[in-house]
Design a protein around this ligand. Structure first.
Ligand SMILES: [Zn+2]
Length: 215
């Protein structure tokens, strides 16, 4: 068709919009259309297509500004807890519950996008072996939710993180009592002394927490 004749290169503003679209997380229902525009763009787009690039870029940008960053309080306690276990474990992590989902916290390693922050992921891996990423907590205690998490879940996670931040050992115990599983290693708690504190003997040693002694 003669359509290709109407194709033209991006104006500077359109180039910025294209870049926005290229780097943003586009909602699934628009991903195919956006991908097609991005793929064709190097050969030029029609004015109408460029308008769509701008429109989609605006939509994804609007979505990007939506997640509310919540301050969950000082996360020093969580960081200390995970750091202590580094002497014993390669990948220290602990679980919290939010909206009946198990959320896994670990310190992002040196090769991560934001080293030293607390990674917030699903405890469970999907069929591809991936954990769902729920966001991160900065050292300042700011929970930055993933843009792909629905607002209600963001709020639930922020609440759970705040509880964990204010008293990590208490939250760990509550997780264990609530689920019957250790919040550090996920194994079922069988020993009454483990059930009493909410985590197992070995994890208590690894994370330097009290175990088997009356409070
Ligand atoms: Zn354990």
């Amino acid at each position: 068709m003669a359509r290709t004749d109407n194709r033209r290169a991006a104006t500077p503003a359109e180039a910025v919009q294209l870049e926005t679209l290229r780097t943003a997380s586009v909602p699934p229902r628009q991903a195919e259309f956006a991908g097609s525009l991005i793929n064709q763009a190097s050969g030029g787009l029609t004015t109408r297509q460029w308008w769509w690039v701008g429109e989609l870029a605006r939509q994804v940008s609007g979505e990007e500004s939506a997640p509310a960053i919540t301050n969950v309080g000082s996360v020093k306690g969580i960081v200390d807890l995970l750091d202590r276990a580094k002497a014993h474990l390669k990948y220290p992590a602990l679980l919290v519950r939010a909206n009946d989902r198990h959320i896994r916290l670990n310190i992002a390693g040196s090769s991560a996008q934001a080293p030293g922050t607390i990674n917030v992921c699903s405890a469970v891996r999907d069929n591809a072996g991936q954990r769902r990423w729920y966001g991160r907590i900065t050292v300042e205690g700011e929970y930055e939710p993933s843009r792909r998490i629905e607002p209600a879940m963001q709020t639930a996670i922020a609440t759970a993180l705040a509880a964990m931040a204010s008293d990590p050992a208490k939250a760990a115990s509550e997780y264990g009592r609530l689920t019957g599983h250790c919040c550090f290693c996920t194994l079922p708690l069988t020993d009454p002394r483990s059930t009493a504190v909410g985590y197992g003997k070995i994890c208590a040693r690894n994370y330097d927490l009290p175990w088997g002694t009356p409070k």
